[in-house]
Design a protein around this ligand. Sequence first.
Ligand code: ADP
Ligand code: ZN
Ligand code: ZN
Length: 744
Amino acid sequence: MRYADVIVDISLEKLDKTYQYAIPEHLQEVVTVGAKVEVPFGGGNRKLDGYVMELSDTPVFDPARTKEILSVVPGAVSLEHRSIRLAYWMKEHFGGTMNEALKTVLPVKQEVRNVKKRTLVLNAEKEQFAKYYELAVKRKYEARLRLLDALAEKKELDYGDAVQKLKISTTTIEAVCRDGIITLREETLYRNPAKGVKQTEKPCLNTEQQEAVDRVWQEYEVGKRGTYLLFGVTGSGKTEVYLELIERVVKEGKQAIVLIPEISLTFQTVRRFYERFGERVSVLHSRLSAGERFDQYTRAREGEIDVMIGPRSALFTPFEHLGLIIMDEEQEGAYKSEGTPKYHVRETAEYLAELTGASLLLGSATPSLEAYTRAKEGTYCLLTLKHRAKEAVMPKVEIVDLRQELAEGNRSMFSRRLKQSMEEKLQKGEQVMLFLNRRGYAGTVSCRACGEGMKCPHCDVSLTFHKGGKLLCHYCGYETVQPKLCPSCGSKYIGLFGTGTQKVEEAVLREFPGVKVLRMDADTTKNKGGHEKIAEAFAMGEAQVLIGTQMIVKGHDFPRVTLVGIIAADLSLYAGDYRAAERTFCLLAQAAGRAGRDKLPGEVVIQTYQPDHYSIVTAATEDYESFYTQEMAYRRLLRYPPVAHVLAVLVQAEEEIQAKEAAERIASALQKAIKPEERFGTVTGPVPAGLAKANDLYRFLIYVKSASYERLMEFHKVAGAEKVLTESSMKCNIQFDFNPLGGY
Ligand code: ADP
Ligand code: ZN
Ligand code: ZN
């Protein structure tokens, strides 16, 4: 008898282990490692799906009582051995159950039926057609006439269009088919999300680019695989380095994965890959349907493509011979998963590269402190591009002190410097980008008499104002109308506080009447392709001013932009977590990098209330080294990553006291696990989370620190055991986050 260790489809810690099942004779051939199977589970023999983790000849307990696998789930994508190892590694390093990890590494679970393209084709000679038409006129077959009219013109008609747009019933179509006037053509649709891009000639690499390529390639050719950090200023031509390396890897019969943060996954970026590799490239993004996604994975598995581009989940593309993984903008927060397992793509990619014998290339203009530290220590190999690729000069950057402006009586959103520059550029017909370094669409509402802010009743966050007087909670979706009087003091002086992109737009229109403005934020890009449409319109010169949040600074290349204005640079400094300065530096440096991308010289005006803050000063000169030194000093002092590793434990419950008590129990278990000689070993908390209440749940936090990640994994096990006990007895929910990026 053969046996299979199966992990069942239940994401519960206490069931997070494999169960052994016997493989019946008729399934011997098809039950392989990674196969999806159906098994009877528990006392009631409930039918559950599961994945086969391992096969063996030895039963772990009484063979007579070992249950049998019922079937192999038809059409399921089976996991390769590699994915299972990757999933196991992710669960160990980032928490969660094996089942959750498996779901992550296997983003498409079930085969999705191919889409058929159906076309109606005219099949009658002129004479026959005319006769048929006449008859239809005589008998007043309105629908049939609509169909014939459409076909007379184009000879072919999409089936869906005929039914939906021309409102022709399927019975009518069938009838005309039977009469031999038209035929139905069916083809399996090749779901390739972007097609029809022409290939272009590649540019000649400059010395810096060539050196970077050579370094990686020399090692690659002698079979050495490593992790490289390509540190290149904005516009230095990192993408060309990626393209060249991918081309070489592909020539060797290997494949490449290109990871891009979703936000910069624009057509502009993707097009360059299409231009080089044509149909051998595929793109994964969040707007693909399950079917399209399935197609792209299948094409990868079958070797029909060589390059997969996409955000996080593209890492799990099932390539047979992976040679290279590229991670562009490696510092981006989007590379950390918000769902469980809360994995970071960088570390996971490193492990996957090791498993598959691929090299990993990280690229950034403003590397994460983690990556740069590892490069300095020699764990990663550092490659640098110091100059912009095109003959563009670095933009001229100026910092404006907003406190000074106010002191001198300027209450507008624009400093005199920014206003003057805008005037100049607009006069010359050049383009301006205004960047509001903050998420959200609009400001928060508060009372000017008592200072009370309007807060969500379910969450500990301020409601934000939307046009039409609506107040929204961005956290839970709670919606209400703006009250006329302050609920606390009854004053009628309640109003908007802070700036949102809508307000910036209004201010521009007020100061520069008649100027064409486009706005790119979560509001205007909700629809499919909204993001791209706005970028396209701006690139085509349909507007002179583009206003936006984070989105406008990523991935776009607008050659006619000569001025970038940052409305309030310090907004992102108030985020209240240890990465606020790093994020601010990054955003500002990137925003500044948008100006003067081409031959026209660029100018950047940074408005701020904290003109001396190191993240702002260093970003203005794109002086990464200096920022790194100052930021590392702060991290060292407070023992934050990358100096130490942190495990955040979030405990949530409906009753405040319950959450607190459960958190205390876990904290004390952790405290006991810490050894006196442990380097940087500390347990802090429980303390109420920054967001103390969300969705009606009270939130408490514990932080455990250690210099060693392995020790953190052990602490996670200690807390995990406690979690199982605590959750069942104390009605709470406990989550873990390894080296969290945001605040809680
Ligand atoms: P990055 O990815 O570092 O921001 P890009 O690869 O987007 O930089 O390059 C910036 C611009 O310079 C692009 O328009 C690109 O086509 C151009 N470019 C890059 N390398 C070269 C080169 N060797 N010769 C000419 N143009 C180049
Ligand atoms: Zn009030
Ligand atoms: Zn809410």
